[in-house]
Design a protein around this ligand. Structure first.
Ligand code: UDP
Length: 475
């Protein structure tokens, strides 16, 4: 038996989305830094997409080769999903997820079975994204420890975990117009129905994602361990409630873990434009960074109102408009004359290094769709937020930001996103007296996060405890 086979060995299977891939890779690096052997599985189409973006179409690149040079034992391998490589999984999201629920499990079964065919003792545990609906069956069949990585907030996990309780109380499906406080979900002191996960609402309850999420939480209940990309001190009630059912470990924010060689692995779906030179020419705290992440779509009207809002606000901004943000193949054209009108005051890019931008002293605020990674990154960098949640878990995240941690505000809370309102709210956010209070609060939150990843910090301690418990379960 080779050296590699004697060590604890895990296989990690991620979902092919930017906001999931990054924490997955970070966790792989963290496990490997602790002496665990990792087989990291990319879906073939995603591997090719990353290679196309960063290595001029060379598909034989091992994305973890630099990490291996540092002594980390991570092998990258690929498997196919049920669609041809050129199928547009983003534009055909529903079809893709339906097929993934139906046709992907046998592929994973075969894939893991093939790895184990040569040596049944080679793999010890599987880490799958919690949003998958198949891990329990595969881990049971091959006698692997089932580790689930939840890449969203613990609040969202609590709500999803108790979707049956919400159903019993008439809040799943939840009327779209409902305005009620929910106070009975364990771990959630109170949440307004307006802030619920979007797919618990009536208009989305029969959507593919809503059905998939119910399955996923039933699956998650069968995991041996759940890792959360959050911080215990920030979501204590949610995590302690979850711990009553099974072992949960808050180990976030993963990408900021101590001594993690994150720059050795390429995870970015798009090539990055440099913002630092432009930001360097702006006064401290004067720039609003605007981005809606990697995944959600918006429409032409929203884009236009935001454009005019930014223009009228007179505030400096960096605006990330990624390719495909409008969905259905529409091109995201900005209003005629927009670029000339904002002149040196605004920089529009297709994609950038978000953490680098948020860390720049010129950035004083983040207009965000409230994706969980973006929220964590903004908090880490001490940047107050203007939240404009679009769907999925984003309303819950902005509730945490605005109501619980008081480190941001909601954009156009009354629902009318028109240019005058946008301009007024951006202007008063960037220049108003409230900003100082928000800054102080986010500074405190940032410190909590930094303490958590230090030696003896909660996330570090939780991760060490997870490793101990994992090894004990394997032996
Ligand atoms: N991101 C980036 N460059 C950009 C915009 C976003 O690197 O120009 C990254 C960002 O740092 C974050 C991720 O994309 O890690 C978005 O994840 P999030 O959970 O915030 O939103 P999602 O894309 O899942 O909706």
């Amino acid at each position: 038996m080779g050296e590699r086979q004697r060590k604890v060995h895990g296989i990690m299977i991620c979902v092919p989305y930017q906001g999931h891939l990054s924490p997955f890779v970070d966790l792989a690096l963290k496990l490997a830094s602790n002496g665990i052997v990792i087989t990291f599985v990319h879906l073939e189409f995603l591997h090719r997409k990353l290679c196309d973006t960063h290595y001029a179409n060379k598909t034989d690149v091992d994305l973890f080769s630099k990490a291996r040079e540092l002594g980390l034992d991570i092998r990258c391998t690929t498997m196919t999903d049920p669609f041809p490589l050129d199928f547009d999984r983003d534009a055909n999201f529903n079809e893709y997820w339906e097929a993934m629920a139906r046709d992907f499990p046998p592929l994973v079964d075969e894939f893991v079975g093939n790895i184990l065919a040569s040596d049944r003792d080679m793999l010890h545990f599987l880490v799958a994204d919690t949003v998958y609906s198949w891990p329990a069956a595969v881990t049971r069949k091959y006698n692997l420890v089932n580790v689930s990585l939840w890449t969203q907030s613990a609040l969202v996990y609590c709500l999803g975990y108790h979707w049956d309780l919400l159903q019993q109380n008439g809040h799943f499906p939840c009327k779209d117009v409902a305005d009620e406080e929910i106070k009975y979900v364990p771990g959630v002191e109170s949440i307004n129905t307006k802030d619920l996960i979007a797919y618990l609402k009536q208009s989305q309850c029969e959507s593919v994602i809503s059905r998939a999420s119910r399955l996923q939480f039933e699956q998650a209940k069968m995991a041996d361990f759940v890792l959360h990309n959050t911080v215990e001190e920030l979501e204590p009630q949610a995590l302690s409630a979850l711990n009553q059912y099974m072992p949960n470990y808050a180990v976030g924010p993963l990408n900021f873990s101590q001594n993690l060689p994150t720059n050795t692995v390429t995870t970015s779906f798009w090539s990055k434009s440099d913002c630092t030179t432009w930001l360097g020419s702006k006064p401290p705290g004067s720039v609003l960074y605007v981005s809606f992440g990697s995944f959600v779509h918006t429409n032409k009207q929203v884009l236009e109102e935001l454009a005019y809002g930014l223009l009228l606000s007179q505030v400096n901004f960096v605006w990330v408009i990624r390719q495909g943000i409008l969905g259905d193949g529409a091109t995201s054209e900005l209003p005629a004359g927009f670029r000339e009108a904002v002149k040196e005051r605004g920089l529009v890019v297709g994609w950038c290094d978000q953490v680098e931008a948020l860390s720049n002293p010129a950035v004083g605020g983040f207009l965000t769709h409230s994706g969980w990674n973006s929220t964590l990154e903004s908090m880490w960098c001490g940047v107050p937020m203007i939240c404009y949640p679009i769907g999925f878990d984003q309303p819950c995240n902005s509730k945490l930001v605005v109501a619980d941690w008081k480190i941001g505000i909601r954009l156009c809370e009354d629902g009318s996103l028109d240019r005058e309102n946008v301009a007024h709210e951006i202007q008063s956010f960037m220049g108003g007296g409230d900003l100082e209070r928000l800054r102080q609060n986010v500074g405190r939150v940032s410190q909590i996060m930094k303490n958590a990843v230090e030696t003896d910090g909660s996330s570090k301690t939780n991760f060490d405890r997870f490793l101990k418990d994992l090894k004990a379960k394997i032996r």
